[in-house]
Design a protein around this ligand. Sequence first.
Ligand code: IMP
Length: 194
Amino acid sequence: MNNDENTVYFVTGNKFKFQEVSEIFKDKNMKYDLKQRDIKTTEIQAHSLREVALFKLNSVKNSIDGSFFIEDAGFFIDSPLKGFPGVYSSYVLKTIGNEGILKLIDDFELSKAHFSAIIAFYHKFIDKILFFEGNVEGRVSNTIRGKGGFGFDPIFIPNILPDKTFAELSAEEKNKISHRGQAFTKLLDYLEKK
Ligand code: IMP
């Protein structure tokens, strides 16, 4: 296994997530190589994304020779659902899906929602775990719109571009404002200074 100091592994089985961070990575002229490792992590049910991310990271720490990160994201409908589905996002998408979520909302104009992403990064050469977070605020769309992105993207309208769902944005537009884009940019800023 490559343990080159300049290789950073993104442990994920989600090809959309890897694609998104690869795009940001390409735009920065980094001395690092970014590689995907699709290793099964252990996902626990916890109250915060940070706890989930830390557990996932520790579950694969002994399988990777080098610096690596995992990322955990959630979709939080703050009003009227008080943050649901949040840490249950994956389960809710698989069960009721976006159609089911829309049935839970009466007033879409007044709805409030956000995406959060937490990156847990294991920096092997200093033997430390670091966290990088990103959030994006918006509301829920009254219909499922757009073909881009994945997951809840077709029902999320960011405040900063109030006419479009995330699934109607180009990858570049989503990356500029998204939870994952912000968290990953913070990780890259950290690595750039190393
Ligand atoms: P995960 O546990 O980080 O993979 O994400 C939890 C759930 O949120 C999964 O069902 C993902 O499809 C969904 N999700 C994560 N990130 C995004 C995103 O950027 N857009 C839309 N849905 C997302």
